[in-house]
Design a protein around this ligand. Structure first.
Ligand code: BES
Ligand code: MN
Ligand code: MN
Length: 465
């Protein structure tokens, strides 16, 4: 593996160009207008896995977008690593806030990425991170040092809640059999301090509709006498947090696992500057649940946030109207052991209960998923840590993330294996936002670190078995 550095150095232009080509395809799974682009991206991923040296590469049809599956089986006595990633991306809007078009990648230097970063939708989440695995695999094949079996499962619906992936893994348990699942779709603390994500939050996502009168009304003739659904919806939403920013839905916290003081003290050791955090976001202060630190609020505590809200007149000028309807999209991030279906039900019951007689409320659940926490005393984590230690020169810190990859909990339930989250992105990479980017350093360092994981994992596996 000593030559991995030189292989990356010799091939870096090509590695970057190949990723740039992949980023040019707007694989937005949420928007049906991009249907063909999503399908084309699946084909491009398939082709890249063939070229990299996989034996069996397939486009697997599902009720939704296809899953790209590939494998290289060298010896059934050796362990099998299943790589998971996604080739779909978030919508690019608000498009006017991008400094360069989201699907025309450019490389620019930034303060945190002095070696340059690739700016494009999906650069970090997850095309860039997924493609590191294809290139790391290419290296192992080219240099004859693939130490174990590999399977790839790259889906095209992660950003819409993986509606077909559960269906796929239920039906393909034998094909997907593995010893460990390897995922690069999270972040790390900084380019100097790698971390391994040991937890993801779960998710419960609902849409609410509040209806007042049966039509829009003149706000002079009816104003004051009829419930305005926007006013009411705002009141209802505001009541979902108390003065300590606790969520007021009865039963919401019942199953939340509280961390011990020791665990919290351990968490607090991770390097973090509140000043930098505030400066990066141009905020004078942070905001959240009393008695918890910023890093606790955004990882080990559940949340409730409005993601969007609409209704009434939003065009130019003024229109005096009491709208008939108001809407909101609300997401709740969950922690162990909250159950997404239970939480959705608690939300529904509560939201309907607090609505005044003057309106009717409809709650529609969207996707959801359970939180995931992985222990650090397993060979997957140990191998990842050895890999980071060798390539970064410092040991990685275990860190629970606030984001969600809902399918990871299902992997454990159905495939019975642990997921190791080796993410190389930074929180400041603006995933899901305008000007998403991925550091060239991070991309190449990822390609360099992944083969080391394979090496150490196989070594530790042999000792354990
Ligand atoms: N890759 C992200 C999740 C992520 C990012 C986890 C950074 C940890 C650190 C994933 O693509 C994502 O965006 N997930 C969604 C949920 C999904 C159901 C749309 C999320 O977290 O909002
Ligand atoms: Mn992702
Ligand atoms: Mn995402």
């Amino acid at each position: 593996m000593e030559n991995i550095k030189s292989y990356v150095e010799e091939n870096k232009e090509r590695f970057i160009n190949e990723l740039v080509d992949l980023l040019k395809i707007p694989s937005i799974s949420a928007d049906t207008a991009y249907n063909q682009d999503v399908l084309n991206t699946a084909d491009a991923v398939k082709e890249s896995l063939e070229k990299a040296g996989c034996d069996k590469v397939e486009i697997c049809e599902t009720p939704g977008y296809p899953i790209v599956y590939a494998e290289k089986m060298i010896d059934e006595n050796l362990p099998t690593v299943l790589v998971y990633g996604h080739y779909d991306v978030q919508p690019a809007d608000p498009i006017e806030l991008w400094d360069s078009p989201p699907f025309e990648p450019v490389i620019k230097k930034t303060e945190l990425h002095p070696e340059g970063a690739i700016f494009a939708r999906g650069a970090c989440d997850d095309k860039g991170q997924m493609y590191m695995h294809v290139k790391a695999f290419e290296y192992m094949i080219q240099n004859d040092n693939l130490p174990c079996n590999v399977k790839f499962m790259i889906e095209g619906e992660e950003e819409i809640g993986s509606p077909s992936l559960g269906w796929f893994i239920e039906r393909n348990q034998e094909k997907l059999k593995n010893d460990v699942i390897l995922i690069s779709d999270t972040g790390m603390i900084s380019n100097e301090q790698p971390s391994i994500t040991t937890g993801l939050r779960g998710l419960s996502y609902v849409e609410v509709e509040v209806t007042g009168p049966n039509r829009d009304l003149h706000s002079g003739l009816y104003g004051g006498a009829v419930a305005n659904p926007i006013n009411i919806l705002n009141k209802m939403i505001a009541s979902l947090h108390d003065e300590n920013n606790h969520i007021t839905i009865p039963g919401f916290y019942d199953k939340v696992i509280e961390l011990s003081d020791e665990e919290r003290a351990e968490m607090a050791k991770a390097p973090f500057s509140l000043e930098n955090y505030k400066n990066a976001l141009d905020i004078k202060d942070v905001y959240g649940e009393t008695s918890y630190t910023t890093n606790e609020r955004n990882s080990i505590r559940p949340t409730l946030d409005v993601n969007g809200m609409w209704g009434g007149y939003i065009g130019e000028g003024a229109k005096t109207v009491i709208p008939s309807k108001a809407f909101a999209k609300i997401s709740m991030r969950l922690v162990p052991d909250q159950d997404p279906e239970e939480i959705t039900q608690l939300f529904m019951d509560h939201f309907i209960k607090i609505a005044p007689e003057a309106v009717t409320v409809k709650v529609t659940p969207h996707h959801g998923g359970k939180a995931y926490v992985t222990p650090i005393d397993n060979i997957g984590y140990m191998a990842a840590n050895k890999a980071y230690t060798q390539s970064f020169g410092v040991s990685a810190i275990p860190q629970r993330s606030g984001g969600s990859i809902p399918i990871v909990a299902l992997f454990e339930e159905v495939l019975k294996s642990k997921s190791i989250l080796m993410g190389f992105g930074l929180d400041s990479d603006a995933i899901h936002s305008p000007n998403e980017h991925y550091g060239v350093f991070n991309y190449l360092k990822g390609i360099e670190t992944i083969p080391l994981f394979y090496k150490y994992y196989t070594e530790l596996f042999k000792v354990e078995n």
